[in-house]
Every structure is written in C-alpha cells, then in structure tokens.
Design a protein around this ligand. Structure first.
Ligand code: SAH
Length: 231
C-alpha cells in the first residue's frame, strides 16, 4: 500500500461502502490489509452495482501484530462460535483454529463465515491485523504433530478450583497456543495425551466451570496479562 495507489473495490465491498454505509465520491475511509498499517483513502469512483475505486492518501497508523498466539477451541453452537472468533480477534490471537475433540458436536464449520467475522471484528476495534481462521482440525492429529517450539496452555475444567495458574516464569515472546474444550469437556484419553506433551501446561480458570465462550475470553485475558502484550 502506498500514497497515490488506486484500489479497485469488489462488488461486495462497493455494496457495503456505498449501499450500506452511504459513502460517496470524496468521502474518506480507513484501509488496512494486515501488513502495512492503516491508511486513509478517498473514494474516487462509486458505482452501487459495478464496484468502485479508492485512492490511498496517507498512513494513519503503523502495523501492529499480536503475539504469536493460537486460540484453539472446539466449535459449539453457531452464535457462540461466532462470539469466540470475534472475541479472539479483538483480544489479539494471531491464529484461530477450530478443533474437533472427542466430545465436539460440530462436524463442520463455515470457515468463510468465521473468517468474515474476524475481519469485521478487526475493523470494529481499529486493528491492523486479521487473524486467520483455519478449517476444522482434529485435536488428536494436532497433538501428534505438535510443533516443538510452541507452548500450550491447556484449560482443563477438571482443575476448576485447584491452584494451577499460568506462571510468570514461563517463556515470554515464544509461540504459544490456548486450548479450550467443548461443552462436554475433554475425554480422559485427551487428558492423558495432553499430560504426555512436554509443551503443555494444564491450568485452571478459577473455581467455577465456565461456558466455552466465557472460558475463551478469560483464558486470553490471563495469557495476555501474564505473557502477552498487555504488560
Ligand atoms: N462439561 C464440562 C465443562 C466444559 S466447559 C464439565 O462440566 O466439566 C468448556 C471448556 O471451558 C472446558 O473444556 C475448558 O477448556 C474450559 N473451562 C471452563 N471452566 C474452566 C475452569 N474453571 N478451568 C479451566 N478450564 C475451564
């Protein structure tokens, strides 16, 4: 992205900007592409049906990337899954990975729809980065091929009420992942697999059992304050 560059708009983008947001030629909008920060651009062509074009004016914010944190969660009902993706984008996840666990009900997800939620969340909170939402991965396969350098904060409901928190002495600036289970929780086999993974730290999110969407936000808050970019 650079000053003076012309950016053509796709039909859906033009529809959103001119049809929904009622912008027109001469109006200014803020742009980001996930790599070059935020830029002001002016509408130079607006056609409700045919698309349109923007001209890039000046940079208004530098690129800000979140720490290298994956949020892994077992998809639940549609609205709650949407909520998790939206909050993960706001809270600074670098990658969002829906995982199928033994007790996960959802067999498939609409990756494109979830990705669109992540884009919208980044737009809403003035972000310059959009986390990628991957397709549904099987947890057992992911754990079998777990990247050596990535630490895993395993939120285990079996530890509710136990003193098992994220230590401040854990590696900062390293790649991390958070794992949140489904409504049915984790199976004993999954717990055993996680216990055998040296990169995994089983932690408690307090004395109460939280719903998965609440747990995702709580876990990200805990991680960001202890090891992430809040401090
Ligand atoms: N049905 C399960 C609860 C699942 S809650 C039961 O009654 O035991 C959904 C997910 O949120 C869990 O798999 C876990 O990842 C997370 N979670 C909820 N409360 C938690 C807590 N107090 N400590 C750690 N993880 C928690």
């Amino acid at each position: 992205m650079g000053e003076g560059q012309t950016i053509p708009l796709s039909q859906p983008q033009a529809h959103y900007l001119f049809g929904v947001m009622r912008q027109g030629v001469g109006d200014a909008v803020l742009l980001f592409n996930g790599e070059a920060g935020e830029w002001r651009a002016d509408v130079i062509e607006a056609g409700k049906q045919r698309g349109g074009a923007l001209q890039v004016a000046e940079q208004t914010a530098p690129q800000r990337n979140p720490p290298d944190l994956w949020l892994m969660f077992a998809p639940i009902k549609k609205a709650r899954t949407d909520f998790i993706v939206e909050k993960a984008a706001e809270m600074g996840a670098a990658q969002i990975i829906p995982v199928q666990t033994e007790f996960t009900n959802a067999e498939r997800i609409r990756q494109d729809r979830l990705q669109a939620h992540a884009v919208e969340a980044a737009e809403q909170c003035g972000g310059t980065f959009v986390p990628e939402v991957s397709d549904l991965h099987r947890l057992d396969r992911m754990l079998a091929n777990w990247p050596e350098e990535r630490h895993l904060m395993f939120c285990d409901e079996a530890l509710a009420g136990h003193a098992a928190t994220l230590g401040r002495d854990l590696p900062r600036g390293a790649p991390w992942a958070i794992l949140i289970g489904p409504e049915g929780g984790f199976s004993e086999a999954e717990r055993a697999r996680l216990a055998a993974l040296p990169q995994a730290y089983a932690i408690s999110l307090g004395p109460r059992i939280l719903r998965a969407d609440t747990a995702a936000v709580a876990a990200m808050t805990l991680w960001q304050t202890t090891l992430g970019d809040w401090t």
